[in-house]
Write a protein that binds this ligand. Structure first.
Ligand code: ADP
Length: 183
């Protein structure tokens, strides 16, 4: 079973749900930069104060800030991990690669969760998080296309990418995912 994974895909594709299940089942560390940032906002830390307005607009918070969060969590963790929502652009991917090199680790597989925009928008509107209103969702999808989607070709060229259809029940997707990760 692969132990060091990235989850890639547009907002609303189900990365968080699947990542959480897989991490619990396999005893992996689940690192969601979105969740970690929301916790900082909630706690009112300086980092959270810096991130709050950016997140509310659907833009990306600074690479340095997210990288610091990821580094502090991966540095002292020896076991497997699953990154969800990071990297979100090429500079973050490059920073992750150098961090992993210094930790003598490597990404074993990248899972791309794919779903049509119309379904994504429906799911996000139904979820109703603070940044889940129509205007901000449209911006998040655009940010995804412009900044995050280039990572697909990046990981494809490294032979790491696997595509997972995000349509269907949570259980069905979980099963398809599990079968992709067998060595
Ligand atoms: P979703 O997957 O639904 O887009 P997330 O919970 O992953 O939502 O992220 C919510 C917001 O947190 C993003 O719109 C962005 O502002 C910020 N964020 C999360 N991860 C990153 C990252 N790696 N780089 C920059 N900003 C991020």
């Amino acid at each position: 079973m692969k132990q060091r994974l990235l989850f890639l895909g547009p907002p609303g594709a189900g990365k968080g749900t699947q990542a959480q299940r897989l991490a619990a089942r396999e005893g992996l560390l689940h690192l969601s930069t979105g969740d970690l940032l929301r916790a900082e906002v909630q706690a009112g830390t300086p980092l959270g104060q810096e991130a709050e307005a950016v997140m509310a607009s659907g833009e990306l918070v600074s690479d340095a800030l997210v990288l610091a969060i990821v580094r502090s969590r991966l540095e002292h963790h020896a076991g497997g991990w699953l990154l969800d929502g990071f990297p979100r652009n090429l500079p973050q991917a490059e920073a992750l690669e150098s961090l992993l090199t210094s930790l003598q680790q490597r990404i074993e597989q990248v899972i791309l969760l794919e779903l049509d925009d119309s379904v994504l928008i429906q799911r996000l509107l139904a979820r109703g998080r603070a940044d889940d209103n129509a205007e901000v969702i449209a911006n998040r999808l655009q940010v995804y296309r412009q900044q995050t989607a280039p990572l697909i070709a990046h990981y494809e060229s490294q032979g790491l990418l696997r595509r997972l259809d995000g349509a269907g029940s949570i259980d069905a997707i979980e099963e398809r995912l599990a079968s992709m990760l067998v060595d």
